[in-house]
Ligand binder design. Sequence first.
Ligand code: UD1
Ligand code: CA
Length: 459
Amino acid sequence: MKTACVILAAGEGKRMRTRVPKVMHEVCSEPMIYYPVRLAIQRGYRPVVVVTSNPGEAVRGFLTNRFGDRVRFAVQDPPRGTGHAVMSARGTLKGFSGKLVILYGDVPLLQAKDLAALEREGRQAAVAFLTCRLENPRGYGRVIRDEQGRAVRIVEQADAGASERRILEINAGIYLVRAPDIFTALKGVRSKNQQGEYYLTDLIEMARHKGQVVRAVQRKGSKELLGVNDRKELAEAHRQMSRRLIDRLMAKGVTIIDPQRTYLGPEVRIGKDTVIFPDCIIHKRVQIGSGCRIGPGAVIQDAKIESGAEIRPYSVLEDCRVGPGAQVGPFARLRPGTVLQAHARVGNFVEVKKTTLGPGSKANHLTYLGDTTLGAGVNVGAGTITCNYDGVNKHPTIIEDGVFIGSDTQLVAPVRVGKNAIIGAGTTVTTDVPADSLAVSRIPQKNIKGYAKRKRRNR
Ligand code: UD1
Ligand code: CA
């Protein structure tokens, strides 16, 4: 039978004290909501419906951009509790009559194995949900069990009496139910509680009253089920997620010198024997090959770095490719559209944008290359600038194989430098340079004898 999924993300996030939707706050550089949605998709749930508030453009925009039409949306306006939120998804799930997994958008650490346990142990139940025991259960709904140990209801922190508050078993907010029964049942939920909300958790007691089988599936680890309601929990979720991502990479043969000073996103892939030095931030879609050395202090996003490449200290890379054995930095900046082919080198204080450096080409010092194509074996001298922008349009520069560019050259684009040509230091190149020629443009030097000495004497 098919399983669908509803993910609740319409809450106001009051405890977060924020203007941004709570689920857009980031854990390891992805909005919290990314994690349950990805998990639901990976688990094969179809459709995956995310309930957002109105306006919920930020959430919808992000998810559509990331997951395309694998995610559908429902709007809950205004948010009146988790039960009401699930009800808002009814229209989107019209005609669906299978099992339904309900997740909360603020539980980013949840893992596939937790859902597997819920599916396995909740198979026969009308309603099943995940629980765990916490040393400090404050803020969570508590699970009330009868003498036989069967879950009979969930009581929210705000509604709990003193003895109920001492219960350590909490509701994780992850449910397995049946559609369309759930929508029928939710019609019976009332908002007579401390918060005046329609609680999804009332389902448990209602199912019990009807004599249905309710199954509370207790999980051992508690960290996975952490709900993020305030900034402290956000930091804790980040810490846990970060640790998980780093442990996974270390198990695959990546050296991470100082896990506590390394910040990685969930879509970062790194090959064997690559070493990550402290204080690197590597996030979004990044693929790093094997045997690379990265950092310290490198900031890398949306990049492909091939095996044996070296990203030296304090370099910043975005949306670019670094070929095998290439070297970047220290203190280099690769902006979007940069491609370094095999063994190319970009050194200190060099900025590169929308530019390809062919195999073995080098720009080692104080240079700007924009909208440029360099062939193989090109040497770009210190202080070279491509003047690619005329104030209105951007223009290309083409530098063919084997060219030598002397220091402090300006290349006024559009311009082409032919194969094996040499540009003398200090030249302003304004017209194409034919292959194998020398281009120099300098004001002839004057030496005025004794000038310096005279000047000193007059002081
Ligand atoms: C909820 C549970 C509690 C459980 C805890 C686990 C209820 C009533 N309580 O409490 O038993 O221990 O989660 O983390 O369900 N949301 C909406 N619309 C709303 C309200 C909330 O979409 O009207 C979404 C929120 O965006 C959030 C999720 O539902 O992602 C949970 O809401 P939240 O207010 O954080 O519930 P808790 O108080 O944490
Ligand atoms: Ca919560």
